[in-house]
Design a protein around this ligand. Structure first.
Ligand SMILES: Nc1ncnc2c1ncn2[C@@H]1O[C@H](COP(=O)(O)OP(=O)(O)OP(=O)(O)O)[C@@H](O)[C@H]1O
Length: 640
């Protein structure tokens, strides 16, 4: 059998992957998903990275807002002229008209700017959500195993919502607000420099207060968002094991855990709100103080003839407009901190190592005239592996060969490392030492998509996704596989289930297939794997929940599949594997024996022990078996 494509480069980890450690890519960018608050990547930089692709929208919205603001800045000057004209007893209709136009046009431009910015905010979050969800599904298995799914969900949903709310608006408000503030202050200076001095004295107070509390707002916002993430994790934990929670009567304890997370979110939220209130109050108090001071000093100056009434009126109008601007800027500081915290949390997920799936699956490697692909051989060559650096190895020098076509079984005590074999074949994890060869080629040299397309994998707990039965059966099935649907339904004894369900194949199966029995879920998982027409079929405890009749039927189906493809099956129940062509006995991460059932009964004490406890009758191999190769042949010759 020949390899299907040229070897791919061995760089399957993206997202800042560094040197390997324990077979995993180590992210070089910070990845803190533990809920602690500490040194974070720069929020401003993270936020800037999000906004850069949308700068046109942000610029347009900002310019519109700025134009609207400039028109509103002209209003006090027009009002001053109006007062002067009225004071001089002259006609002022033109100034009234100009003032009205300024008010109207200013409002329209401000509204248009607001709309453009909101739209841009949606575009920012849309891009982030698309990139983030695509990245989430490409994450490496070990990275996801170490993270909390609920926290990841919260980062993809709640944090991106915070980004939408805060990011664009806060940047635009900061630009518009600061420019208009400077312009307002400049105009006030032109009107009366003394009164401006009085005003600025008060404004320094605001600046000092904001500078002091801004980092605290940022920290509290981040803590609040992390607490929401923790709540997501706690919720995911209980909803994922809902029946267990109920059966264990653990509702009060788990509710307390959820409440604790909610309390944490509230405490941090209140803390952030407190600091925001401090800075906002500093802003309004400063403006009020400035107003009273200007009124007093300005009144005295008018009385002394140092300034005109119309100038004082215009100055006060600017001072009034200064209030909202100062508020806006103070508010921006809080929002910016929230947006930065959210951007950092999103970037942490993006820093988690991801897989390169490579090009799409290779064309069906089926020989001409048939739609069955060539079966692939599998070799474990002195494989050593541990799940994490520092943990004891789960595989030590594991070597065995699974020839193309036929059934090979992995047996051994719990924890021997059988399921780990499958994880290494699928490249969910990678060996620390040694090689895994599929079809003679190191699995690290296969493009991932092509490798996995060649394999049908039935996991130990036969996961079923919410959706219809059809969705589940055809999940990941190439178009060619759909032709076999009826046949596979018959082979896996699912026809009766389909007939019984109210909407047949289109019946929803519930969250994680809750509306199916354990045995039905297992058969759905096996059918799904068979429909992929795999070159290698991996079955992990695929029959543990089946009754005797269904188990026997599925055993026949698997034996049948083994005639045309390579089947590697993990089983605790020896009854399901006695007919295998070869059985690999694993113990404590090592291969201790390989042989047929009969050979192992004769030659391996551990296997004999397993058989003695699991198989009824004398320790012989002649229980109703349905072998496909050597075992069947051995039995035939012995029986003969
Ligand atoms: N993701 C993981 N992270 C850390 N350790 C793991 C992980 N998965 C499995 N292990 C550990 O690796 C060892 C081998 O696990 P594995 O699932 O391969 O055993 P097994 O032979 O399939 O057991 P069983 O028959 O009970 O399913 C066990 O000690 C297990 O606790």
């Amino acid at each position: 059998m020949t390899a299907q494509t040229a070897p791919a480069a061995r760089t399957d980890a993206v997202g800042g992957g560094g040197p390997r450690e324990g077979g995993e890519a180590v992210p070089t960018r910070p990845r803190r998903l533990s809920g602690r608050v500490g040194k974070a990547p720069s929020g401003a930089r993270a936020l800037a990275g999000r906004l850069r692709p949308h700068r046109t929208g942000i610029l347009a919205g900002t310019l519109l807002g700025l134009l609207g603001g400039l028109l509103s800045l002209a209003q006090p000057l027009a009002a001053k002229r109006l007062v002067d004209e009225l004071g001089g007893g002259r006609a002022a209709a033109g100034w009234v008209l100009l003032l009205s136009v300024l008010v109207l046009a200013g409002a329209v431009l401000a509204a248009a700017g607001q709309y453009v910015l909101e739209r841009t905010g949606e575009a920012v979050v849309h891009t982030v959500r698309r990139q983030l969800t695509a990245h989430l599904l490409r994450l490496r298995v070990p990275a996801v195993e170490r993270a909390e799914p609920g926290d990841l969900i919260s980062r993809a949903t709640s944090d991106t919502t915070v980004l939408r709310r805060t990011a664009v608006q806060s940047v635009a408000s900061a630009v518009v607000g600061s420019l208009l503030l400077v312009a307002t202050v400049g105009l006030m200076g032109l009107l009366d420099a003394v009164l401006l001095g009085v005003t600025l004295g008060a404004l320094v107070l605001v600046a000092a207060a904001v500078a002091a509390v801004a980092p605290r707002i940022g920290r509290a916002a981040r803590q609040a968002q992390e607490a929401v993430g923790a709540m997501g994790s706690a919720l995911e934990r209980v909803l994922g094991a809902f029946r267990t929670v109920k059966a264990a009567g653990a509702e009060p304890r788990e509710t307390a855990r959820l409440h604790e997370a909610a309390d944490g979110a509230r405490r941090a939220g209140v803390r952030a709100a407190g600091w925001e209130a401090v800075s906002a109050t500093a802003g309004s108090v400063a403006v009020q103080v400035a107003f009273l001071a200007v009124l007093g000093v300005g009144g005295a100056r008018v009385a002394s003839g140092a300034t005109e009434v119309s100038t004082l009126v215009a100055f006060l109008l600017y001072l009034f407009s200064l209030g909202p601007r100062v508020h806006q800027l103070v508010d921006v500081v809080g929002r910016f901190q929230e947006g930065s915290a959210a951007a950092v949390r999103v970037r942490e997920v993006e820093g988690m190592p991801a897989e390169h799936l490579g090009a799409g699956p290779a064309p069906d490697p089926a020989p001409a005239g048939t739609d069955l692909p060539e079966p692939a051989s599998l070799v474990f060559d002195r494989v050593g592996f541990s799940y994490r650096a520092g943990l004891p190895p789960v595989h030590r020098e594991v070597s065995f060969t699974v020839p193309a076509r036929g059934m090979t079984a992995l047996v051994g005590p719990s924890g021997a490392g059988k399921t780990t074999v499958f994880s290494l074949v699928e490249r969910f994890h990678e060996p620390d030492t040694g090689r895994v060869l599929l079809d003679g080629r190191d699995v690290r040299d296969w493009p991932l998509a092509e490798l996995r397309a060649a394999i049908g994998y039935v996991e130990q707990d036969s996961p079923v996704l919410s959706g219809t039965l059809r969705d589940n059966l055809l999940f990941g099935v190439p178009p060619a596989g759909m032709r076999h649907l009826e046949e596979v339904l018959r082979r896996t004894r699912l026809e009766a289930l389909v007939a019984r369900l109210p909407q047949g194949l289109d019946t929803p199966v519930g969250h994680r297939g809750d509306r199916l029995s354990g045995g039905e879920r297992q058969r759905v998982a096996v059918a799904r794997a068979l429909l992929r027409s795999p070159r290698l079929l991996l079955l992990d405890e695929a029959t543990s929940q089946l009754d005797a009749a269904n188990e026997a039927a599925l055993r026949d189906t698997v034996a049948d599949a083994a005639r045309s493809t390579t089947v590697l099956v993990v089983a605790h129940r020896l009854s399901t594997v006695t007919a295998a062509d070869r059985i690999v006995v694993m113990e404590e991460g090592r291969v201790r024996a390989v042989g047929t059932h009969d050979e192992l009964l004769a030659g391996d004490a551990l296997y004999r022990g397993l058989a003695a406890t699991q198989l009824p009758g004398p320790l012989s191999g002649d229980r109703g078996r349905n072998g496909t190769g050597r075992a069947a042949k051995a039995r035939g010759s012995r029986d003969g």
